[in-house]
Ligand binder design. Structure first.
Ligand code: GLA
Length: 314
């Protein structure tokens, strides 16, 4: 029996920048997804996950089914495509990363499963290669045209530090999160799902269209004067460009404030991940984080009637 795990992620800042060759700053959640796996002698794959219908298929017969099993089928498909030799297996998944909360439970599952398969079949894959394999599984089999942030975070991030990733060079710097700062995460109860919500793929297509019209390789190369140039053509495209240009700046400013211990400057709250539902993230004094998160969830309930679930601090 082989056992492996991977965390969820919260991105402190830098959203919708990864697929524009920009900057992101994710960290790992304390919640992790655990995979226990036993190799088989045949080519049958059987996987169970608490609370979901079990899946079963034969290696080589992977196809998109639109259910959670696509993450598993995506992973075995991508390994075969890259020439990694695996056999069938029985696996059980236990996840503490809540689905639909915008914490990338999908990347946690893909990376944990890849790690278990790496151990079980002695695959030569380092964590970086594993992140890219997970990304390809999600893009090509699940069908969400996501960037690589979530899989890189699930494979490389640790709690207590953020990963400053420059997506243009895949340059990664570990940025410690000071001990007196805590991250509060509250699930809004409005489910997030990139694959189902074409809105994510639409954002991405708009960014590509804007880059094409500006004649740049990606929006990483765009500037605020490009925003002005685009306004007469399309207010929407101009907004997308402004977001990417200023968001990259916000990542830089945030890291500078964190490194200078300038907490007053880097405190704040925002939606985490792609948006379209999911969780709210706030940076708060460590000794007040639990109270602040509870108070925010309570206020949310009394204002909207919805239940906000405190996911961090745990
Ligand atoms: C989702 C995607 C990531 C990234 C974020 C937005 O989490 O999976 O690649 O684009 O949205 O920052």
């Amino acid at each position: 029996m082989y056992r492996a795990d991977a965390p969820g992620r919260v991105n402190l800042i830098g959203e919708h920048t990864d697929y524009n060759e920009g900057l992101v700053l994710p960290t790992a959640t304390p919640q992790r997804t655990v995979v226990e796996l036993s190799p088989r002698e045949d080519r049958v794959v059987r996987v169970e996950s608490e609370g979901y219908m079990p899946i079963a298929y034969r290696l080589g017969e992977e196809r998109h089914c639109g259910d959670w099993g696509d993450y598993v089928r995506g992973v075995t498909w991508v390994l075969a495509k890259a020439g990694h030799p695996i056999r069938g297996f029985d696996a059980g998944i236990a996840s503490r990363v809540p689905p639909g909360a915008g914490l990338s439970s999908s990347a946690a599952l893909e990376v944990a499963l890849l790690r278990a398969l790496r151990d079980a079949f002695s695959l030569t894959l380092d964590d970086m290669a594993l992140a890219y394999a997970a990304h390809k599984a999600e893009r090509d089999v699940v069908g969400a045209r996501v960037g690589t942030m979530d899989q890189l975070a699930a494979a490389l991030a640790r709690t207590g530090e953020a990963l400053l990733i420059d997506m243009r060079k895949t340059k990664i710097e570990r940025v410690p999160i000071p001990a007196d700062v805590d991250i509060a995460v509250i699930d809004s109860g409005i489910a997030h799902d990139n694959a189902k919500q074409g809105a994510y793929n639409e954002r991405r297509a708009q960014c590509e269209e804007a880059a094409r019209r500006l004649g740049v390789a990606s929006l990483r190369d765009a500037t605020l004067s490009d925003v002005e140039r685009l306004v007469p053509q399309s207010a929407t495209l101009a907004r997308r460009v402004r977001h990417v240009v200023t968001e990259n700046e916000r990542v830089r400013a945030f890291v500078a404030a964190l490194q200078a211990d300038d907490h007053a400057r880097c405190y704040g709250a925002r939606l985490v991940g792609a948006g379209f539902g999911g969780s709210v993230l706030a940076l708060v004094d460590a000794d007040r984080a639990a109270d602040a998160a509870r108070a925010a969830a309570e206020r949310y309930r009394s204002r909207t009637g919805r239940t906000g679930r405190v996911l961090m601090p745990v």
